[in-house]
Design a protein. Sequence first.
Length: 450
Amino acid sequence: MILHSPRSNNVNMNKPIPLHQLPQTTIFRAGNVFVLFGELFGRGYANGLVNEARQAGMHIVGITVGRRDANNALRPLNDEELAAAEQNLGGKIINIPLMAGFDMDSPAGEQTPTDLLSSLTLKSWTEDKLDWAHIEKCQQIGIARFTSSLAQVMASLDGMIPQGSNVFFAHTMAGGIPKAKVFLAIANRVYKGRGERYMSSQTLLDSDLGKLILKNFDEVSANTFEHLINASASIRARVEAGGGQVRYSAYGYHGTEILIGEDYAWQTYTNYTQGMAKMRLERIAEAAWSNGIKATVYNCPEIRTNSSDIFAGVELPLIPLLNALKKENGGAWAEAQWQACRALLADGVTLENVLQKVLDFQTSDVMRPFRNFVAWPMPNSQPQADLTIGTSDEVQKLHRDSKALITDLLSALVIEATGPLMFRESSAPTGPVLWLNHDIIARQLNLLHP
């Protein structure tokens, strides 16, 4: 295990460590191997990195979390599912289920943690207690299942990596919310509730339900990175002995520096419940780095994805990227993005008005205390939730079509930029934890579109 190695000396987690220089070179070339450690979906960060691997001519290998049968037992993909997944990936998928987390695991014939949650109600959940001894057994079973399957995946992968090849492992696993009906209602209030529907995120985290969710977040979003690094040790040793190099990347989130007025300043979405797991992910990268393993967590900006859409307001920091495009010497292409965003707004609404609304939100007396990096992730508050969710709702209503938003366009641009930034920086990474802030995102985009 590598998690308990000392924190690397070049990391000061009292402030973000931004990537300042645009990486220009890459060690990865045609015939090298790119391993996507997570499934590829239609709208998310992994697409940018996979696109870079394709353009470099690398052999792309993926894994699957598997699917569940009628009895909730994990199974591999069937022929039709496998063919569709491999076509989407543009590579070979090792068809051994690697479902992370333990919410659906249990000793034979006993209840899973998800089963335990079925007795919780909206009236009682804050006081309901869970059987932690039983949950610990379920957790150990889930870990054993995952690591056993991972060993099989690595044995298959080893035969797919030629001597002399460089290897890029891209960790993309995240999430871990148990499928419990009671949580769906709670989540809607914590992340989308304002006024009388507001609910404190701290109330959730203080409950047994919240503590279970945090444990599962750790297993899915963070510990899988450690398992990947450990399980690939023999591959890493063989590749390096043959003159090749191995790199690891993971997607983090820990707030982003955006333009607030004339200066870049750190801000974040509140309450980001997965924040503790993302910090654990950072510590895993630091520990690997201290052992000579080039593993880097890239803390990426806020974007809209299928999973992030539950967080009303998480998309607001995207909008000032338009200002960053101009500040970082953007030309005709940057102006074209402004025009494309203008075209999405309702008649009589100016883009400048939208930008001002977001600036007012960021500089408000309500939000300023939440720009506290050391205290991250902070719990929400009634005034903060009201302002964040309200501003998000107001901005959405300024569009012609609620299904064609400025933040959709800007999300795609951020994904386009993070792909080459992560791919090239990982060739000679400058540290185990790096922030991709709006300045470097804008500079990368302007470089791609001179």
